[in-house]
Design a protein around this ligand. Structure first.
Ligand code: ADP
Ligand code: MG
Length: 252
C-alpha cells in the first residue's frame, strides 16, 4: 500500500507556506458498516466533521470505538458506506481504488504506530518512494530532497542504513520524513507515539505542531491523555459516534 505522497513545487521540503493550499476536509453524514460473517457491524454512525486547514486534531476513544476507521476514511484508504467525504474540491466517494491511490499520494501523508518502513530499502530509499511513485519532481531532485527531509528530522546520517539498524525513534522519524515527501496537505498519524519514549514523543509532537502552522492539517489518533495540550481540537469517539468535540489546548 502506498502511504503519503505529494506534490511539490518547492525546493524546500517541509516549509510549505507557499506550497500547501489550505484544504477544508468535510465529512457529512458518514457511516461505515463492515460486513462480517456474524452480520453487518456499524463501526461509524452519523459522523459530521469539518476540518479547516491548520488544525491539529486528536481522535481519542477506547479501543474499538472507530478511530482507525475514521482516519482511514479521511485518507481514502477505506471508503464510506453512507455519506460523503470531501477534501477541498475533491469528493472521495465514487473514486476508484486507482484514483484514490494516486490522489492520496499527492495530498495525504500517513504515519503508523509500527512505522511500516520497507525493510529491504534503505532509509533514504523509503523516503524517496512516494516521490517516485507519484512522479513528483525530477528524478535527480528526489534524493537531495529526501536527504534534506531526513536532515530536518535529525537523522541524515542514517540515510543509507536499513530500517532494522535504526532505533524505534529514528524509524518513526524516517516514517514521518516519508509521509512528508510529497508535501501533503493532510498528515494522518494513527497512534504514532505508541512505541516511542517520552522525549522522542515530545519531539514528534513538536514537529507535527509546526506542520500545522503552515496550514497543514494534522489528524492524530492517540490514547495518551498527557498529549492533550498539543492539540487545537479533540474529538472523542464512542461506539462509532462522536460524543465530545473540544477545542482545547491551542498553543499556536
Ligand atoms: P479503534 O481504532 O478505535 O480501536 P477501529 O476503527 O479499528 O477502532 O474498529 C472499530 C470497530 O470496527 C471495532 O469493533 C473493530 O473490530 C471493527 N472493525 C474494524 N475493521 C474491521 C473490518 N475490516 N472488518 C470487520 N470489523 C472491523
Ligand atoms: Mg485503531
Amino acid at each position: 500500500m502506498s502511504r503519503s505522497l505529494m506534490v511539490t513545487a518547492s525546493a524546500s521540503p517541509f516549509r510549505p507556506a507557499a506550497v500547501v493550499p489550505t484544504a477544508i476536509i468535510d465529512l457529512s453524514g458518514v457511516g461505515k458498516t463492515y460486513r462480517t460473517p456474524a452480520g453487518d457491524f456499524a463501526a461509524l454512525t452519523d459522523i459530521n466533521l469539518t476540518l479547516p486547514g491548520g488544525q491539529f486534531l486528536a481522535v481519542v476513544g477506547k479501543s474499538g470505538s472507530g478511530k482507525s476507521t475514521l482516519v482511514n476514511l479521511l485518507t481514502g484508504i477505506d471508503s464510506v458506506t453512507t455519506g460523503t467525504v470531501r477534501f477541498g474540491d475533491t469528493q472521495l466517494n465514487g473514486k476508484s481504488e486507482e484514483q484514490l491511490t494516486a490522489w492520496r499520494g499527492r495530498h495525504v501523508g500517513v504515519v503508523f504506530q509500527f512505522f511500516q518502513l520497507l525493510p529491504t530499502l534503505t532509509v533514504i530509499e523509503n523516503v524517496m518512494l512516494p516521490m517516485d511513485f507519484c512522479r513528483v519532481g525530477k528524478p535527480a531532485e528526489r534524493r537531495p530532497k529526501a536527504l534534506a527531509l531526513l536532515d530536518q528530522l535529525g537523522i541524515a546520517e542514517q540515510a543509507d542504513k536499513l530500517p532494522v539498524d535504526l532505533s524505534g525513534g529514528q524509524q518513526q522519524r524516517a516514517a514521518i520524513a516519508r509521509a512528508l515527501a510529497n508535501d501533503p496537505q493532510l498528515l494522518v498519524a494513527d497512534e504514532p507515539t505508541g512505541n516511542l519514549d517520552s522525549r522522542t514523543t515530545a519531539e514528534v509532537m513538536d514537529l507535527f505542531k509546526s506542520l500545522t502552522r503552515n496550514g497543514r492539517t494534522v489528524v492524530m489518533v492517540t490514547h495518551e491523555r498527557d498529549l492533550s495540550a498539543y492539540f487545537t481540537r479533540t474529538i472523542e469517539l464512542e461506539d462509532g459516534r462522536i460524543v465530545a468535540d473540544n477545542r482545547v489546548g491551542a498553543q499556536s
